[in-house]
Ligand binder design. Structure first.
Ligand code: HEC
Ligand code: HEC
Length: 310
């Protein structure tokens, strides 16, 4: 009897070890898989003051790079979710332990537009599927701005998945591989930055509203543990929101009920868009308009559960 029990325990232990080995090797294969970006466009960069200022606005507000890479873009730990994993935005400056000095123009484009790291593997969590929609004009302004950032000497630990994260990745339940989510979106040269439905949707796309609140802004659950649903934004006018309440929520994080929004909603970055009244008006216009969304825009965007804070 005792012997049978021993053999039984041994079998269970072997099975568990086998499973662990399988999870680690399959997930490592997925994490290290090499990707090649389509032929990169030849882009030219300029350090013109107006261009750098647009680049700064993209990095700190519209694209909310600062949310994950730190206010000085010198890197920060974004999310430490124990067994799920730890996500840190690396130091993007040329300072000590920063990668800014190492990246070529092609590396910057591959990371931002295709979610591929300079090592060729997929970036974790980085929402490149949104940034793939940036126009050439905005992409180059953003990169030009990042390349001239003041150096910050800060070492952040590399992002990694824990056992639970790896298991979910293997089970295809954790869509955190940026390169897998990006579609090859045609690179538009430029977009007219004027209040228009087209520009509103551009903003709602590249700033991630359509990532968390879903492609058609009708809302849905978030991946991050304990995070509330991303609400439906298309029915806001029916729910009694007006533009003032909307602007207040975006700028201060305070909902009409007086409650503060969960910090997963990145109002601190996105709310700065309100400094530029025109940008904000187009966004509200897009959201408050009825939801017969342009087919073309819908088709160019792959609906997926929110990747950002997963
Ligand atoms: C939701 C969080 C998040 C946001 C927002 C974000 N990043 Fe990242 N980014 C990351 C993480 C995490 C990594 C490291 C991933 C890894 O090591 O697998 C990363 C890596 C990078 C890299 C490194 C590429 C390499 O070769 O190693 C670059 C460049 C980068 N991000 C640029 C940007 C820019 C520019 C923006 C804004 C337009 C931005 N990121 C917004 C999370 C984010
Ligand atoms: C990283 C995910 C994420 C992104 C990106 C994001 N949101 Fe949100 N948003 C949320 C979540 C989650 C909530 C719910 C917060 C709560 O209930 O505390 C929310 C709440 C809101 C609310 C309050 C709605 C209500 O009915 O209570 C508004 C308005 C809003 N978001 C607008 C936007 C806009 C506009 C953008 C793009 C410029 C945006 N959000 C981008 C996740 C996100």
């Amino acid at each position: 009897m005792k012997r049978k029990l021993k053999i039984g325990t041994l079998l269970v232990v072997c099975l568990l070890l086998g499973m662990l080995v399988a999870i680690y090797s399959i997930s490592s294969y997925q994490l290290n898989k090499q990707y090649t970006a389509p032929l990169l466009p030849a882009l030219s960069f300029s350090n013109d003051a107006a261009i750098l200022s647009r680049g700064k606005h993209l990095a700190t507000s519209i694209g909310n790079c600062t949310n994950c890479h730190g206010n000085d873009l010198g890197g920060k730990i974004y999310l430490d979710a124990g067994l799920l994993g730890m996500v840190a935005g690396p130091n993007l400056t040329r300072g000590k332990a920063g990668i800014g000095g190492k990246l070529t123009d092609a590396d910057w484009i591959r990371a931002i537009r295709y979610g591929i790291s300079h090592k060729g593997s997929s970036l974790l969590v980085m929402p490149a599927e949104m940034y793939a929609h940036l126009t050439a004009e905005d992409l180059t302004a953003l990169i030009a701005y990042l390349k001239q950032l003041p150096p910050v000497d800060r070492q952040v630990p590399p992002s990694q998945l824990g056992l639970l994260g790896r298991t979910l990745l293997v089970l295809d339940k954790l869509p955190v591989l940026a390169a897998e989510k990006v579609k090859d979106i045609p690179l538009k040269k430029t977009i007219v930055r004027a209040p228009s439905r087209e520009y509103g949707f551009y903003l709602a796309t590249v700033s991630g509203c359509r990532s968390c609140h879903r492609a058609n802004l009708t809302g849905g659950p978030m991946q991050a543990h304990g995070a509330p649903l991303a609400p439906n934004l298309t029915s806001m006018s029916r729910k009694g929101w007006n533009k003032q309440a909307f602007l207040r929520a975006m700028r201060t994080g305070i909902l009409p009920s007086g409650k503060s929004m969960h910090p997963i909603m990145p109002w601190q970055q996105l709310g700065q868009m309100s400094r530029n009244r025109m940008l904000f008006d187009t966004l509200t216009q897009a959201i408050f308009m009825d939801h017969s969304i342009s087919k073309q825009i819908m088709n160019s965007y792959r609906e997926s559960i929110c990747q950002i804070n997963s």
